[in-house]
Design a protein around this ligand. Structure first.
Ligand code: AMP
Length: 140
C-alpha cells in the first residue's frame, strides 16, 4: 500500500475535487481531465494500488458505489450508457497508483469505442485456453 497518493489527499480535503459521493470506505469525484462530461472516478479511501491488492470486501464496496452512482452520473449529463473501466497496473496505463474505477458516460453519436478497441486480439488454441483456465483455477 502506498501512503500519500494524490487521491488520498483528495479524500483528506487537502486537494479540492468535485465530490459526488462519499461513504465510510469509498469516495467518488469528477475526473479533472474528463474524457466526456460527467467522467467520474470511484476509489477506495485506503490507497491500495491495484484491484488485486484490495481485500475482496473493499473491492465489493467500490463496485457497490459504482453501481449506486452510475445512474445519477448518466442522468446528470443525459447519457444513455457509460464505459466502466479500471486501468489495473502501470502496463495497463494506470497513472495514479491508487485503485480508481472510471465511469465515462457514452452518447448516442459518440465516436468513442468499446474496450475491445484497445486490443488487437489473441489467437489461442483450445488446449492453450484450457491450460490458462486451469492455471487460473489453481492459483486463486
Ligand atoms: P489512470 O490513467 O487510470 O491512472 O487515470 C488517472 C486519472 O486521474 C486521469 O483520468 C486523471 O485525469 C485523473 N486525475 C489526476 N489527478 C486528478 C485530480 N487531482 N482530480 C481529479 N482527477 C485527477
Amino acid at each position: 500500500m502506498s501512503d500519500e497518493t494524490i487521491f488520498t489527499q483528495i479524500v483528506a480535503g487537502k486537494i479540492p475535487s468535485y465530490t459526488v459521493y462519499e461513504d465510510e470506505t469509498t469516495y467518488a469525484f469528477l475526473d479533472a481531465n474528463p474524457l466526456a462530461p460527467g467522467h467520474t472516478l470511484v476509489i477506495p479511501k485506503e490507497p491500495y494500488e491495484r484491484v488485486n491488492d484490495m481485500p475482496p470486501e473493499l473491492a465489493g464496496d467500490v463496485f457497490s458505489t459504482v453501481s449506486k452512482i452510475t445512474d445519477a452520473v448518466e442522468r446528470a449529463v443525459d447519457a444513455p450508457a457509460s464505459t466502466i473501466a479500471i486501468n489495473n497496473g502501470e502496463e495497463a496505463g494506470q497513472e495514479v497508483p491508487h485503485v480508481h474505477c472510471h465511469i465515462i458516460p457514452q452518447f448516442r453519436d459518440s465516436t468513442t469505442k468499446p474496450v475491445h478497441a484497445l486490443f488487437t486480439g489473441a489467437e489461442l488454441s483450445a488446449e492453450e485456453m484450457e491450460t490458462i483456465a486451469e492455471t487460473i483455477r489453481n492459483t486463486q
